[in-house]
Design a protein around this ligand. Structure first.
Ligand code: NI
Length: 136
């Protein structure tokens, strides 16, 4: 019997989608407004889900306080009120699309969750647009 425990998180961040090796024209053609050289911001909403067997001793899959602390340290402290392109080392050479941000978040959290538990990241860039990554 497997149960999924989820917690929501939040951060505000600025970004610009572009490739250094493309011309301004090509960046604008592909990324449109998201390639604005002066950056733009999003209110990112995050759902981190952990799936596994219930521990018979505690009744927990994971202590949600542990998950809360991990999300704060790995995501909120690292990304909140930051310019992702300029201030977050993971995006120095990586386009900060929602897809890539979700993979980076997964890779930061994965080592801190027991390997017997499955991890899934859902990242909302807008209320209607979201991506999901579960390490596959
Ligand atoms: Ni954007």
């Amino acid at each position: 019997m497997k149960v999924t425990v989820s917690r929501k998180g939040h951060f505000n961040a600025a970004h610009r989608l572009y490739r250094k090796d493309w011309s301004d024209e090509k960046n604008e053609l592909v990324f449109d407004k998201c390639s604005n050289p002066n950056f733009h911001g999003h209110n990112y909403e995050l759902i981190v889900s952990v799936t596994g067997e219930i521990d018979q001793e505690t009744g927990y899959v994971i202590d949600i306080k542990t998950l809360k602390d991990i999300m704060k340290e790995e995501v909120e402290d690292a990304f909140d009120h930051k310019n992702l392109n300029i201030e977050v080392p993971e995006f120095k050479e990586l386009n900060p699309t929602a897809e890539n941000i979700s993979v980076i978040i997964y890779n930061k959290i994965r080592p801190r969750i027991k390997s017997s538990l499955d991890l899934e990241i859902t990242l909302f860039e807008t209320p209607r647009n979201f991506v999901t990554y579960s390490g596959k």
